[in-house]
Write a new protein. Sequence first.
Length: 223
Amino acid sequence: MTVIRLALVDDDPLVRAGLTLMLGGAEDIEIVGEAADGAEAEDLVDRASPDVVLMDIRMPGVDGLTATERLRSRRTPPQVVVLTTFHADEQVLRALRAGAAGFVLKDTPPAEIVAAVRRVAAGDPVLSPAVTRQLMAHAAGSALDSRRADARSRIAVLNDREREVAVEVGRGSSNAEIAAGLFMSVATVKAHVSRILARLGLNNRVQIALLAYDAGLLEENGH
């Protein structure tokens, strides 16, 4: 059994205690440390090398957004899951653009938080299609025009098949759903996703989805 090394970052000690209680009982999750702000989080990652960081986004000092940007810019970054009280929030969007693998609400049932940690450790984002659509709608009102030209320029390096896959990722489709819809194998879909990440300089599917939206690919394809 592979054990997931998890770090908890929240300025509220009661929240950290609650997370420790709910996550500590999972046999495949080891809590390797806690931090009260973003600066402590960076030190903790240096010391403990967690696989996943559960990160509060609003903290005094160095906030979760800044800490996420710094951690995800490292050569070997941990996965980051944002803790928030809002489904759609500009700071959550910024954290996702910076490379966070998804987010969970603070009132999420314990079993779902455990499942989210496992999914992210396995390389899957923690964003359902419904949540993805909500985030995209929120992004529409947050200076989209200023990002569209840049996004279109970046997307232009993709070939037609890669663009089709990027659109499906933007819709929140799984690899199996993309394979069925585009008549290719799951292995081929995974290869396309890997190439898209490499060619666009991204590090997860959430960033592909946001860039596809910014570039207008979902609108062009009727989504």
